[in-house]
Design a protein around this ligand. Sequence first.
Ligand SMILES: NC(=O)c1ccc[n+]([C@@H]2O[C@H](COP(=O)([O-])OP(=O)(O)OC[C@H]3O[C@@H](n4cnc5c(N)ncnc54)[C@H](OP(=O)(O)O)[C@@H]3O)[C@@H](O)[C@H]2O)c1
Length: 323
Amino acid sequence: MGGRARIGIVGATGAVGTVTLDLLADRGYQDVRAFASARSAGGRVPFGDEELLVEEATPEALAAGDVDLFLFSVGTSASRALVPVAAAAGAVCVDKSSAYRLVDGYPLVVPEVNGARALDALERDRIVANPNCCTIPLTCVLRPLHDAAGLARVRVSTYQSVSGAGAQRMTALTAERPQDHDLVMDWTWEGDESDEEAKLRAETRKILELPDLPVSATCVRVPVLVGHSEAVWVELERPLTPEEATALLREAPSVRVLDLPEVPTPQAAAGADDVLVGRVRRDGASANGLALYLSCDNLRKGAALNAIQIAELLLAAVAPAAG
Ligand SMILES: NC(=O)c1ccc[n+]([C@@H]2O[C@H](COP(=O)([O-])OP(=O)(O)OC[C@H]3O[C@@H](n4cnc5c(N)ncnc54)[C@H](OP(=O)(O)O)[C@@H]3O)[C@@H](O)[C@H]2O)c1
């Protein structure tokens, strides 16, 4: 199938869907259709030098069996309604909502970290979940450190841009007066932590296959348009110097280490494919402790790009059968 795959983008008018279309056009995909709700059906969205007609994502349209792969970025309740219909019609589905991420049996995949897991979906109902936009860069960085010295404990504080909350929030920030900018915690409270903090812990454990890993997170929304950043404190089971950790991260796929005086920023990360990592240093507050800082484009590697990479793994695996 590969570049000839028939692809449907569901949520094509949204923050993630728009970037997905850009990335697919850049990668040379041609047979691409755009779907959204009835609100924007009939409109048009840019696709490379062309425009695509936006179709309404009705269950009937997604069940027609004329699409090989659907990339969903529509929100949890719409995903719960639409993804099973598309999958039952034979399409491979990559879902970016939290509908399937933590459900047993559904692969939750960062290709550089646990890519082989994606193929499990081909033995089941062809649905793969794409993780949260903070979990993806975090696991890209944790994987090589764990492989080298064993993770004992992780603490993380996030600085998340408004695009993580969708296109409307980007428009609202653009219209806001600078003196009204604030740092907020605009998630749902689950006891004394937000659902975002709980997701970051549970998804990290699932992807790394470390079900008991202690992870403590504080998630904060900052008045930045695109690019999430994270301060990370890692406690390891065995000693690892900052120099050794830096060398491992330089070799890690989709990770780019910045050396002082350069530090990761959302501006530097926006539009880039890599997770930017810097300030790798000893954390004197814990045994075998390291501290580091990262920034990542939440709409690209944090969402659209990661999902396309999952899709390309799946398309490559089904290509012989399809061909
Ligand atoms: N933004 C991020 O950084 C990020 C990262 C990872 C995952 N995600 C996840 O991706 C999903 C979308 O996020 P987003 O930021 O792109 O949101 P968004 O900008 O608000 O876009 C939502 C998209 O979903 C469509 N939609 C909403 N309800 C629908 C329905 N019932 N049927 C069909 N289409 C529907 C909207 O179409 P209309 O134009 O017709 O309203 C729009 O295209 C969410 O689940 C989010 O959690 C986002």
